[in-house]
Write a protein that binds this ligand. Structure first.
Ligand code: AMP
Ligand code: TRP
Length: 313
């Protein structure tokens, strides 16, 4: 039986944190053997916010290194950058002509960004339709993402169903795959870990950087268990082991933080070593090969779309 198709994307927006890893990338890695996986560095999505060309290009290369280092094996998956397959932006336009402005105005991600005072460029507004194009070009079954992306996958389903209804059956309706247990990874202040809150633990940080972030975790002095430390520890160790560790060190926050540093470093150090061994040329070759494979699927789908909508001759 053919494997089900998985597609996911990540913005090349700079340094990854452990929230990105436990909330999303770890799941991507775990699917590599059982699914036909396509992973995409969505550089055109990043253009909604990153305006420095050198930075965008560099982030894309570094983003590919990140993915390979966490365990996405390019010999078993398709790994490419979005802008290398032109059909993504082309199909996004087709969807934008299909959906209404009020429909897009309901997007949480857009509303949040506007609420934070970010400039409302039209790309940011249309973001969900580019994401829908990413997913739908490849007849995707499952989209592994963090909980914050659930609505975007619903948008992709809507776009598929609107198109199919109007032009005939063309796109498969995809489903999100969200790991509920780690749906939101808390940061050092207990809020959602996010670059914009400055509460992150860097995924490829040095042992010192990890230690500094962990030592800065806010502990609630009213109880005996540092809940923000435990919440991150839960990502690394089974509950029984943690119960005895936290029992033994009750009230000793320093010892518990040191244990967390060791446990984090044990996971991170092999990934850090793998990442350091990758050159820019290595990853450019991977992306080029990935783009060729992706384009062969995407171009066939777009030919069908163009015929159905009545563009071209
Ligand atoms: P971002 O760069 O913030 O868009 O995140 C990239 C991926 O990591 C998305 O799938 C997010 O849902 C996921 N992610 C980011 N921060 C967290 C977090 N604190 N907890 C769980 N998942 C996260
Ligand atoms: N919007 C996603 C995020 O910010 C990134 C993304 C773009 C994506 N295209 C995608 C995720 C397609 C899954 C599938 O995390």
């Amino acid at each position: 039986m053919a494997k089900k198709r998985v597609f996911s994307g990540i913005q090349p927006s700079g340094t990854l944190h452990i929230g990105n890893y436990f909330g999303a990338l770890k799941q991507w890695v775990s699917m590599v053997d059982d699914f036909d996986c396509i992973y995409c560095i969505v550089d055109y999505h990043a253009l909604t916010t990153v305006k420095d060309p050198a930075q965008l290009r560099n982030n894309t290369i570094e983003g590919a290194k990140d993915l390979i280092a966490v365990g996405i094996d390019p010999s078993k998956t398709v790994l490419f950058n979005q802008s290398a397959v032109l059909e993504h932006t082309e199909l996004a336009w087709v969807f934008e002509c299909l959906v209404s402005v009020p429909f897009l105005m309901q997007a949480h991600a857009y509303k949040d960004k506007i609420a934070k005072g970010l400039e409302a460029n039209a790309g940011l507004f249309n973001y969900p339709m580019l994401m829908a194009a990413d997913i739908l070009l490849y007849d995707t079954d499952f989209v592994p993402v963090g909980a914050d992306q659930r609505q975007h996958v619903e948008y992709a389903r809507e776009a598929a169903s609107k198109f199919n209804h109007m032009y005939g059956d063309t796109f498969k309706e995809p489903h999100e795959k969200i790991l509920d247990a780690v749906a939101v990874v808390p940061g050092t202040d207990g809020q959602k870990m996010s670059k914009s809150y400055g509460n992150t633990i860097p995924l490829f940080g040095s042992t010192d950087e990890i230690a500094r972030s962990v030592m800065s975790i806010v502990t609630d002095s009213s109880g005996t268990t540092p809940s923000n430390v435990l919440a991150i520890h839960r990502l690394l160790k089974p509950e029984e082991e943690l119960a005895s560790l936290y029992e033994k060190n009750m009230g000793n926050y320093k010892a518990l933080k040191e244990a967390l540093i060791d446990d984090l470093d044990a996971v991170i150090s092999p990934m850090r070593a793998k990442r350091n061994a990758l050159s820019d040329d290595d990853v450019k070759a991977v992306l080029t090969e990935g783009a060729e494979k992706a384009a062969s699927i995407a171009s066939a789908k777009m030919r069908d779309v163009r015929k159905k909508i009545g563009v071209g001759t």
